[in-house]
Write a protein that binds this ligand. Structure first.
Ligand SMILES: [Mg+2]
Length: 329
């Protein structure tokens, strides 16, 4: 490490070892690896995602929110498989200009989320790099064996559901890039959703054993539903009018209907996209009430491969080799 005053071991002891305190198998981050117990009848869900400055976040984003985003996009993947996250590992490549105050804020953000989600940091690595800041988080979680949620289990006739609202993060990124001017009251919540995803953990584990197929929306609704269809060997039809939008997104789209392109194809929503049989409707609406989270049916799974979007507003477009779409107004 060039700029920070601590060497690697002191840095780990100072900033990261406290995040391992509740996980005995993490061995206080003093050994080469961690030891993880798996309770009988459960499976480990494990996933990893890399975030690079200038690609997945802005280099001058607040350090705490960079750390939290790196953690959250990973535990979102655990939730999407019906798992409860238990631990993360972090491999961080810090550029030479990282300073002590920056690191302190970064570690504080990570600690805050570890507390919020009841997870521990159980290992990782820190290195100095001449390149941009790069963070690779690996998340571990547990799911009851046989209740895992996978992409390839959609069935013909399933309803396609999404949680929360779609498109906010992509619109927030557009605001940050200067491509979308909105009143502050609309811009702020969109930018917040881009910077700090809200992984749908409670929903994920409640859907385990209930939904047929599930994943989180990270690449964009259209592309991610395409993943479920491809993996399941089926198709889907969705109604653009039924895609749940936040008040801020609705305001933006009223002015510029072409922004529906971003809603459908932009990423970073970290909502859950899942399919379930129509017989599960009452349970799902009860679940939505219990969680205080909108769960909206936006279409259905069909036998014919490909993805159709009806009621796509004029000026909005979606591209993708595998899919075709129809409709329009
Ligand atoms: Mg994912």
């Amino acid at each position: 490490m060039a700029a920070p005053s601590l060497d690697e071991f002191a840095l780990i002891a100072e900033y990261f070892a406290p995040l391992a305190a509740n996980f005995p198998g993490a061995l206080r981050l003093r050994d080469d690896a961690a030891l993880v117990d798996v309770p009988e009848g459960q499976r480990v869900v494990v996933t990893t995602d890399a975030l690079v400055a200038g690609v997945h976040f802005f280099p001058d984003d607040p350090p705490g929110s960079i750390a939290r985003k790196a953690l959250r996009v990973n535990i979102s993947d655990v939730a999407a498989m019906g798992g409860r996250p238990t631990a993360i590992l972090l491999a961080a490549c810090f550029p030479d200009d990282v300073t002590d105050p920056w690191l302190r804020e970064f570690a504080a953000g990570l600690a805050e989320d570890c507390r919020e989600y009841g997870i521990s940091l159980i290992g990782g690595d820190t290195v100095a790099t001449p390149g941009p800041l790069s963070l690779t988080v690996t998340a571990l979680g547990l799911v009851a064996a046989g209740r895992e949620l996978r992409r390839d289990r959609a069935r013909v006739g399933d309803r396609v559901y999404v949680s929360g609202s779609i498109g906010d993060a992509a619109l927030g990124l557009e605001v940050l890039k200067g491509g979308l001017a909105l009143p502050q009251a609309a811009a702020d919540p969109l930018v917040a959703r881009y910077r700090l995803p809200q992984p749908r953990l409670a929903l994920g584990w409640r859907l385990a054993g209930l939904a047929h197929a599930a994943m989180d929306v990270s690449d964009g609704l259209y592309s991610d539903l395409g993943h479920i269809c491809r993996a399941s060997g089926l198709g889907a039809t969705i109604d653009a009018d039924r895609i749940p939008l936040s008040a801020a997104a609705r305001m933006a789209i009223r002015e510029r209907p072409d922004l529906m392109t971003l809603v459908l194809s932009g990423g970073d929503d970290y909502e859950l996209l899942f399919t379930a049989p129509a017989t599960a409707d009452p349970i799902i609406s009860t679940l939505a009430g219990q969680l205080g989270l909108e769960l909206t049916p936006i279409g259905s799974i069909i036998e014919t491969e490909g993805l159709s979007v009806v009621n796509l507003p004029k000026g909005a477009a979606v591209t993708g080799g595998f899919m075709h779409f129809r409709g329009g107004k």
